[in-house]
Design a protein around this ligand. Structure first.
Ligand code: DGJ
Length: 728
């Protein structure tokens, strides 16, 4: 058992292979964090709660209650009770006041990990993980707080979530209920977060932690292109190889907050959870609120080790799709090939040539339904446009299938266009505040999924469409943030629940989709990576990585996303040049190599590209099949980074048994007078010999690890090479 409740020392200690988290009680009632760091065998740690000269506890010195809470490293700090730092819990009572001070009541150790009702969560059997539930309660309001900590046995991961229950006799309103909180002494650590914008996702930012509060958040109703629900506190000098890392990643797809606070005593408090702005959840007596889960990930081998732990966690304990380890069919999506300008004949022309070249799945993107000639109409009605598709979706699917291709479809189920029958009939089904027209974005409104009848309508449209034709793949898109949060279906004192209820309904819809269409390959999308988060990965094995398909931009974006997410979860396509987003021309081979370490596909009119490019497609597809097992299950190493200023993007994947490796090298701009360079590889067996699959050249593993592989790239801008190494 990797969790112990040591009654002698009043300590609860959770161990992962290399880390420990110890929670302890002060005065037998105040739950604090005694320790979080490299693994300790002793449980005699409660004394560490008073390590930094904190004043005596309220019991030993009653006149100094506030001084105690002002610096106590509370495991789940409450607002308005003398802890003046970032709280996790704020409860408003019937008196209109913020009041709650939960004390320790008991605990329970549970083998394995209980599921979170209605929310995505990591899972595991008792041999993978164990859970401790620590119960706190407030005597005045009756509010009970259950803290769930799950420690994994084979991964340096602790999953935390919280359930708040109203055990009192009057309603209360939760105004803040975050998912996790950790404390550390400040020792010059830095803060690592991920940012961006539409088509520029995944930019890694590292900054100093000054006194005060800083972090990252989304108030967009979705996680957003701008900020990932992730934050890591890293020791000074941390890079891919070295340094201590404590990351927090929220399994949630709505507005979130992730903050670190350096306080007056140089202590750090990190918190993560649902964004409290606009959040207000009513708990009638007996009702409970479950927070999303936060993954706490630890590494003493730098960011690279954190990445590999997260990849293993998400592949082994989060993504449930049967497609996770199956070779995904190589798809061709018509979006950048045709945009809205297509009919059945044009689609079939592209599909026919794609099939000849080895493509396996044809995906029809936006524009297949009535009143959709630009992005200004038709959303919500989902009636097939018979002018474009005279034989309907089923007729098109049949014809595509007859070419030997599977058929896939795009939908944007959460939206309604003002110019639609649905909106004319039900304007109150759009998320809106009373008496005000909602704000338009991409000329569309967001449907109010918090209303059961709207959720039902959306389900009927999605499931009805999927049943109407032989559809093997669905791209579930979402193209705007949520504004005007309000619902005609909720009473005034529940309006603060709309944002979270929306996310819960989205999860219910996707859960039902995975149950009722178990073989469907689901790809989530949000104008690219606008909702690329671990919550969505619970339902779909892949998410479209960005609307920017330029190879160079994609290298940067995929570098950022792959810091957290398995390579096979990042939708990546070869598109046409000049690139539609940035006008850049890159070699076809480079575009292929960039997409190959993702969920691989094409997004171009294969009939319109140069014959030399068409000819490369069968070999690219063959390579994808050759390496997809490795990419889906191997250990990923970032060797050289464009984001860090290098002109060389170098990444590699090594099989778990270290017998096979794939290295992809891509140059940004070429430069004159370059001396030959080597790139040191990682993860290989130093005592083995590896052979290059193309040249047959042999290298001892120790040479590749310590001297490196020669960087031999074509002598032009954006030149790329893929090197496959196999143990002799
Ligand atoms: C945004 C997506 O990211 C694109 O790939 C495409 O599906 C468009 N929406 C269609 O409207």
């Amino acid at each position: 058992m990797n969790i112990c409740a040591d009654q002698t020392h009043n300590v609860f200690k959770l161990d992962t292979p290399r880390f420990s988290l110890a929670l302890a009680l002060a005065d037998g009632k105040w739950l604090g964090q005694a320790y979080c760091g490299p693994r300790l065998e002793t449980a005699d740690l409660a004394w560490a709660l008073s390590l930094d000269q904190r004043p005596n506890t309220p019991d030993t010195l009653p006149r100094e209650t506030v001084s105690f809470f002002d610096c106590f490293p509370s495991a789940y700090p409450a607002a308005n009770m003398g802890d003046f730092r970032e709280p996790c819990l704020a409860v408003r009572t019937v008196h209109g006041q913020i009041d709650c001070l939960p004390r320790f009541k008991g605990y329970e150790i549970l083998p394995g990990k209980p599921a979170l009702e209605g929310l995505p969560a990591t899972f595991g059997d008792p041999e993978d993980c164990n859970t401790i539930k620590i119960i706190l309660a407030d005597d005045v309001t009756g509010v009970e707080v259950e803290l769930y900590y799950t420690a994994f046995t084979g991964l340096d991961v602790i999953a935390q979530s919280v359930r708040v229950r109203n055990g009192g006799e009057s309603p209360v309103w939760l105004e803040r209920a975050l998912s996790a909180c950790l404390s550390f002494p400040y020792e010059g650590q830095k803060l690592v977060t991920l940012h961006g914008s539409w088509a520029r996702e995944g930019a890694i930012q590292t900054r100093d932690i000054g006194v005060g509060v800083q972090g990252t958040y989304s108030s967009r109703g979705i996680t957003g292109h701008q900020d990932q629900p992730f934050m890591a506190v890293v020791s000074p000098g941390t890079d891919q190889e070295q340094g201590t890392v404590c990351g927090m990643h929220l399994l949630y797809s709505g507005s979130f907050l992730a903050q670190v606070q350096r306080d007056q005593h140089d202590s750090l408090r990190t918190v993560i959870g649902v964004h409290p702005d606009g959040f207000r959840w009513k708990l009638a007596p007996g009702e409970a609120f479950q927070t999303p889960e936060a993954v706490l990930v630890f590494s003493d081998g730098g960011l690279g080790q954190m990445t590999r732990t997260l990849h293993d966690l998400y592949r082994g304990h989060l993504i449930r799709s049967p497609w996770l380890h199956r070779p995904r069919p190589v798809l061709l999506n018509n979006w950048e090939a045709t945009y809205f300008d297509f009919d059945e004949e044009r689609l079939l022309r592209i599909a026919r040539r794609a099939a000849e070249l080895g493509v396996e799945l044809f995906v029809l993107d936006d524009g297949w339904y009535e009143n959709r000639h630009t992005d200004s109409g038709g959303l919500g009605d989902w009636k097939v446009d018979r002018k474009k598709l005279p034989h309907g979706l089923d007729g098109l699917a049949e014809r595509v299938n007859a070419l030997g291709l599977k058929f896939g479809l795009w939908m944007e189920p959460e939206m309604v266009s003002p110019d639609s029958e649905l909106y004319r009939a039900h304007p109150d089904w759009a998320i809106r505040t009373a008496g005000r027209d909602p704000m338009l974005c991409r000329d569309q409104y967001v449907l109010d999924l918090s209303c059961p009848e709207v959720e039902k309508y959306v389900w009927e449209k999605v499931s009805g469409t999927l049943k109407s034709a032989n559809i093997s793949y669905l791209k579930w898109d979402m193209n705007r943030p949520v504004t005007n949060l309000g619902s005609a279906g909720q009473p005034p004192d529940r309006q603060g629940e709309v944002g979270h209820r929306y996310v819960l309904a989205l999860y219910r819809l996707q859960e039902r989709l995975t149950r009722e269409f178990p073989d469907l390959l689901l790809e989530n999308c949000c104008s690219g990576a606008g909702r690329f988060d671990p919550g969505m990965l619970f339902y779909s094995p892949q998410i479209w990585g960005s609307d920017d398909t330029d190879a160079l931009e994609r290298l940067r974006i995929q570098e950022g996303l792959s810091m957290l997410y398995p390579l096979s979860s990042i939708g990546a396509h070869v598109s046409d040049c000049p690139n539609h987003e940035v006008g850049r021309v890159t070699p076809f081979e480079t575009r292929g190599n960039t997409a190959l370490t993702g969920a691989f596909g094409y997004e171009l009119d294969v009939t319109a590209i140069a014959p030399e490019e068409q000819e490369q497609i069968p070999a690219q597809i063959e390579r994808y099949h050759r390496f997809c097992g490795l990419v889906q299950s191997g250990d990923y190493y970032r060797l050289s980074s464009l984001q860090a200023g290098s002109r060389l993007d170098a990444r590699m994947v090594v099989s778990k048994d270290r017998k096979q490796a794939l290295v992809v090298l891509t140059r940004s701009l070429n430069a004159p007078n370059q001396r030959p360079k080597f790139i040191r590889l990682r993860g290989l067996d130093p005592s083995a010999v590896y052979a290059d699959g193309d040249t047959g050249r042999e290298y001892p593993g120790e040479v590749l690890l310590h001297i490196g592989l020669p960087v031999e790239l074509p002598g032009w801008d954006f030149g790329s090479r893929l090197i496959s190494l196999t143990q002799k």
